[in-house]
Design a protein. Structure first.
Length: 177
């Protein structure tokens, strides 16, 4: 990894040129000033832990979360394993800014959300054969995941039934959030 000269991180990574030493001294002075004033330099990671757990439940991998947040995957791994109790505010903001839209196209996701929609369709009287025909998917109960495109087909079928008044439209809102 190339070092950036003239930065505190360059000094922390071993560079001892005058520019890096000066940048580190300035950083250390600023850090100590904020520390003496009682300003928190790091924030609790509890909210970040919860957000990562929600993203992972929705099918995002650690690597996808890290790439979307613009941080190293090791940081996300450490947060998943609860090795970090505090994080830099910039890191927290980056991770909390990751949404489900970061999921790669046609990625594999847990089918639990789709099962809720399918159950509601069946309760409304939509036959299983019609669902299978419309979305091209059979309910294989031993599978725990499905492709994102298959979920979209389920959601579109549900939306069409909701427009006809067969099923409640608010369930789709809950799944999307």
């Amino acid at each position: 990894m190339a070092r950036q000269h003239g930065t505190a991180n360059g000094y922390k990574r071993g560079c001892r040129c005058e520019d890096c030493r000066a940048a580190y001294r300035e950083w250390a002075r600023d850090y100590m000033r904020r520390y003496r004033q009682g300003q928190r330099t790091r924030v609790p990671a509890a909210e970040v832990h919860r957000h990562i757990a929600r993203l992972r439940e929705a099918g995002l991998t650690v690597e996808v979360i890290a790439k979307a947040a613009g941080i190293p995957p090791e940081t996300v791994h450490n947060l998943v394993r609860r090795r970090l109790r505090t994080v830099w505010p910039k890191t927290a903001d980056a991770i909390l800014g990751v949404t489900l839209d970061a999921r790669p196209r046609n990625s594999i996701i847990p089918k639990t959300a789709a099962l809720g929609l399918l159950d509601e369709l069946h309760r409304a009287g939509v036959r299983a054969e019609e669902v299978e025909c419309r979305i091209g998917w059979r309910d294989h109960s031993r599978w725990s995941c499905m492709r994102q495109t298959t979920y979209r087909k389920v959601a579109l079928l549900y939306l069409a039934c909701a427009r006809q008044g067969l099923v409640p439209a608010d369930l789709l809102d809950e799944v999307a959030s």
